[in-house]
Structure formats: C-alpha cells, structure tokens
Ligand binder design. Structure first.
Ligand SMILES: *Cc1c(COP(=O)(O)O)cnc(C)c1O
Length: 356
C-alpha cells in the first residue's frame, strides 16, 4: 500500500461554488482566477469545469494561458501581471490572450510594438492598495497612450481591493476608482471573492472570483458554510503509529509538548514537506475517524502528532482529515496564523491527488 496521504478534489463542489458566484453576481461575466495551479487544486483539473461555464479565466504564467488555449478554451484569458518583456507580445497576440497593463514600461513597449493581431488590455488603476497599477492622477494619460497604440483592441478598466474582506471595506478605493473612470465607456473589472460576496455595487462587467470557488471564506467572521460554499480539497491521511505516554513525557522535536496526564498520541503521515504548515501550534484542529481533536507538538517534515487520548477506537490505519470535508481549511489556517490561500496553494507535489 502507498503512503496513505492524499488530496481529494471534489469537482462538483467546485461547480456548485461557481453557481454561488453566478447567483451573487448575475449581471457580471466571470473571470475565474486559477493562478498558483488553481490555488493548489490543479490548473487543468479546475479548468475542465470552467470551460463552457465562464467567460474568462485569469492566470499568471504565459504557459498556463497557452495550456488553457490548448485545452480548447476560446474565451478571455487574462494574464494578471501582464507581460514582462517585448518578446512575449507576439505569443500573447497569437493566442489571443488579454493582459493587465499596470506600469509605464509596459505602456512604452506597447507603443513601439507591431503585431499581426491586436491584444485586449485590462488597464489597472492603483486605487489605494499600492501594489500594481497607475495612480488616479496618471490613469487618464495611460489610457490615452493605450488608445493610441495600434496593437490594442478592447480596453477594460480594472482595480483591486485591499480590504474587501475586513471592516475597512472598499469605500475609499471604490470611490477613488469611480471618480477617475466616471464618463468613460469601457468595461469595468473590480471584485475579488470578498467584494463579490459583500459589495454588489462593485461587481461591474466582470468579477474575479478566486478563493470562493475553492470553497473557502474570504472573511474572518463568516464561515464558508454560512456563505453556501463547499470545500473542494480534502486532505486526508492515516495514523501510522500510536504512542502511549505518561504524564510529564514529551512529544516531537524540541519537546515543546509536555503531557499533563497519561495520553495516547497518534502519529499521522503528513508533515510540512506535504504542505501542512510547520507553524501550526499544539491545539490546531484535526479530525480522527470523524472526531475532532488537536495536534500536539511540532509538525515534522513527514509526520505530525495528534491527541487520541479520548478517541478509544483510534489505532494504526484510522483515517485523519487535515482539512476539507468536516474540517474547515479556514479554521486550520487561522490556528496556524495564516490564511486558507497559503495552505491550499502550498500542497506539495509529492501528495497524490484524486478527483472525486
Ligand atoms: C488573486 C486575485 C483575485 C482573486 O482573489 P480572491 O480573494 O481569491 O477571490 C482577483 N484579482 C486579482 C488581481 C488577484 O490577484
């Protein structure tokens, strides 16, 4: 038998989450975000569900975009960081890819380019996140340069929110964007998952859902379940050894966990080399045979430890759910001081993936 760790990918859950997007933003076209290997779920795997069901797919890497074309996706494919050097442009044009244009260098390259086919652009405004995009005062100038480029076809106006998921909200960025684009007859593309779920006014012509498609909540104070989202990835393994320890004995590297009573400890075949976060402390929630318990001590490279003192039937071979069905990845991420995005996209390539 192979090592029992596996990631199950539930594509019907992915499809149902896509319906939640559609229900939340019925007037908008969907640009599904599948960067980072589909947030760890497999680019081709999630793309299969999207083809025929969405008007656009957003990725980072040119090779991913080409892969989507080769899979037969004929609609918009957006490169979220655009292009980096002029030599990518003929490939982009040839595959009819759309690009985010966010800086002056890209504008200059486009101004000087000649291509047999034209390119669609998403012109990005920096409305306050201060990551990518032209500031409000430089946006009109950038737009007019783009319009004068012979290689540019459609232009969509885009921005990205920094705080759609928390109490700060989108109002400052949204009004800054609106005041700049007022009176411009271009399509608009603003909302990530948090804005899709929380700010219908921001939806515009295109929405850009990422995390919600994978069944995780973008909010700290609302669970995926409350939002009607279902986990797509379930990471499971088994107990491969059980240790009975006495009060005062320790578990794992650094001996950071000291038993405060006699205990039974299950050793699970999953560690940080599989993508489980090493910084998950004692107490991180986990399921053993469907029963909720906690991790103990440090996560090792290939194994971690769970408390099975009160789960009498737990033994070698017992099923363990690290996250997914029955154990929200958001909860595990929170306990580990991170977000679901990081856990999902860090799934290691050595973990076997099974589609269900
Ligand atoms: C990743 C990303 C998204 C999707 O964000 P989620 O929070 O996962 O919905 C949308 N837009 C841009 C520009 C992104 O980089």
């Amino acid at each position: 038998m192979p090592r029992p760790l596996q990631a199950r990918i539930n594509l019907s859950a992915f499809d149902r989450n896509l319906h939640v997007v559609r229900r939340c933003a019925p007037e908008s076209k969907i640009m599904a975000v599948i960067k980072a290997n589909g947030y760890g779920h497999g680019l081709k795997r999630v793309a299969q569900v999207l083809i025929g069901n969405v008007d656009g797919i957003a990725v980072l890497a040119l090779e991913d975009a080409i892969c989507l074309r080769e899979m037969g996706f004929r609609k918009s494919i957006l490169l979220l960081e655009g292009f980096f050097t002029a030599d990518e442009l003929p490939i982009i044009a040839d595959h009819h890819l759309s690009i985010v244009v966010h800086n002056q260098i890209q504008l200059e390259i486009l101004s000087q380019a000649w291509l047999p086919k034209k390119i669609d652009v998403f012109l990005k405004m920096n409305s306050g996140m201060n990551r990518l995009g032209f500031k409000a005062e430089a946006f009109h100038e950038a737009l007019s340069i783009l319009k004068s480029c012979t290689v540019i076809h459609n232009i969509t106006l885009m921005t990205h929110f920094a705080t759609a998921d928390d109490e700060k909200g989108i109002s400052v960025q949204f009004s800054s964007f609106n005041s700049v684009v007022q009176g411009l007859y271009h399509m608009r593309c603003l909302a990530n998952s948090a804005a899709i779920l929380r700010y219908p006014d921001s939806h515009g012509d295109w929405v850009r859902p990422g995390i919600m498609l994978y069944g995780s909540s973008p909010f700290a104070d609302r669970s995926a379940e409350e939002l009607g989202l279902q986990p797509v990835m379930t990471l499971t393994s088994q107990i491969i050894a059980v240790q009975s320890i006495k009060k005062g004995e320790c578990v794992g590297y650094g001996a950071t966990f000291v038993a405060d009573r006699d205990m039974r400890v299950g050793i699970v075949a999953c560690g940080y080399a599989d993508g489980y976060p090493r910084h998950a402390p004692t107490g991180t929630p986990v399921l053993v045979q469907g029963k909720r318990t906690r991790t103990l001590g440090r996560v090792s490279m290939d194994m971690l430890n769970v408390d099975v003192t009160d789960i009498a039937q737990a033994q070698v071979g017992s099923e363990v759910t690290l996250w997914g069905d029955g154990m929200s990845v958001d909860e595990v991420a929170r306990a580990a001081g991170t977000i679901s995005y990081e856990l999902l996209c860090a799934l290691a390539s050595r973990v076997p993936v099974v589609e269900i």
